[in-house]
Ligand binder design. Structure first.
Ligand SMILES: Cc1cc2nc3c(=O)[nH]c(=O)nc-3n(C[C@H](O)[C@H](O)[C@H](O)COP(=O)(O)OP(=O)(O)OC[C@H]3O[C@@H](n4cnc5c(N)ncnc54)[C@H](O)[C@@H]3O)c2cc1C
Length: 332
């Protein structure tokens, strides 16, 4: 009812690309729901560790002994697995600079030439290209998790194997693939149409495959190597990156979102598909603002929550902020 007078199915023709660029990011700026979409993807490989090493697998399998030990350690000493973070280490690495991996510069160039940007995608494409081609700028993340993940299940703690594992994950921090997020009906409670188009650009599959192959190198490197069981189990029979094709297939089967969607109400000039101006006002309106992750044009390289807070702080700033009488769609 609220949306009806505005003919939402016309996608709020403000001149911008509302709902496009879901880079794990989306958005249609209606007054009640602001969603976003250009997003990063992650995958990884789980390696069985040597006997005697304690991991979080017992807790993930909800084994009574493991739960009791963790509870006692936390209650008595505020330590143990209940006091630990999930992902326990992060490294940000340029993909052209993986030690002891082949130099991929020529391959990267060939892929860029073979798959030029489509009209309207140039901004994101050129940005991602500039990051990937720079040996000084991080374009992938590697992280570790002290347990196995079932990357073939719809939830990664489902149907876990016996044994103790460590997972080395990888995230592609600036993908080329982007999707869309649009309302489907004037009914405000009707489900939106979300098309994330994850890994739809061949470059993203290739980068993930390179990163997966690099995980094999990390696992063969000391001191981590000595913690892993020689010939130990992995999370899946396909979790061996013997060649690039195997790594590509594994990436396609296992990669999933890292939950950092942005960019569907991008703060860009209108003629470049922007939805809000530098004061967060939706083009074509005088006082409707969007204050959430959807205004980000590209995904921040690290975790994005602090950037969301920065946008909110900026909106609250009196110079850029809004008067009480103005409308504002808050995502915070
Ligand atoms: C599982 C998961 C893990 C994450 N982990 C991290 C992390 O470790 N680090 C990090 O930096 N980021 C993380 N993120 C991303 C981060 O949480 C988001 O980027 C951030 O919360 C986005 O903020 P937002 O304000 O744009 O949207 P949101 O935080 O989603 O806020 C939207 C708000 O709008 C409200 N809302 C929705 N519909 C309506 C409606 N019809 N009427 C009124 N209100 C409505 C919602 O209730 C919600 O409060 C994670 C996200 C997820 C999902």
């Amino acid at each position: 009812m609220l949306l009806e007078p505005f003919n939402p199915l016309s996608c709020w023709n403000s001149g911008g690309l509302v709902g496009q660029n879901y880079s794990e990011s989306m958005a249609f700026p209606n007054w009640l729901i602001i969603l976003t979409w250009e997003s990063i993807f992650e995958t990884g490989i789980c390696f069985e560790v040597k006997d005697g090493l304690v991991t979080a697998d017992g807790m993930l399998r909800q084994e009574p002994d493991a739960m009791q030990t963790a509870t006692q350690l936390y209650a008595g000493h505020q330590t143990g697995l209940l006091a630990a973070a999930g992902w326990s280490s992060h490294a940000f690495v340029p993909v052209l600079d993986f030690p002891s991996e082949p130099d991929r510069q020529m391959e990267l160039q060939k892929i860029f030439e073979r798959y030029p940007p489509e009209t309207g995608d140039e901004f994101q494409f050129n940005f991602v290209r500039s990051v990937l081609e720079d040996r000084e700028v991080a374009s992938s993340t590697f992280l570790s998790f002290p347990a196995q993940c079932n990357l073939h299940a719809d939830f990664f703690t489902k149907d876990l194997q016996p044994g103790n594992f460590i997972t080395i994950g990888t995230i592609q921090v600036h993908p080329v693939s982007s999707g869309s997020f649009h309302i489907s009906s004037p009914d405000p409670v009707a489900a939106p149409i979300i098309d994330p188009r994850y890994l739809s650009h061949p470059l993203d599959v290739e980068i993930m495959a390179w990163c997966l192959q690099f995980i094999e190198k990390i696992a063969e490197t000391e001191p981590l190597k000595s913690l892993l069981k020689p010939g130990g189990k992995r999370n899946h029979p396909t979790a061996y990156m013997e060649d690039l094709e195997a790594a590509r297939d594994y990436a396609r089967t296992t990669a999933s979102t890292s939950f950092h969607p942005v960019s569907t109400c991008a703060m860009l000039p209108r003629e470049k598909g922007g939805v809000v101006n530098e004061r967060l006002i939706v083009y074509g309106t005088t006082n409707l603002r969007v204050v959430n992750a959807s205004v980000m044009v590209i995904i921040p390289r690290g975790n994005i929550q602090s950037s969301v807070y920065a946008i909110a702080e900026r909106a609250a700033d009196t110079k850029v902020g809004f008067k009480r009488s103005e409308n504002c769609a808050f995502g915070l």
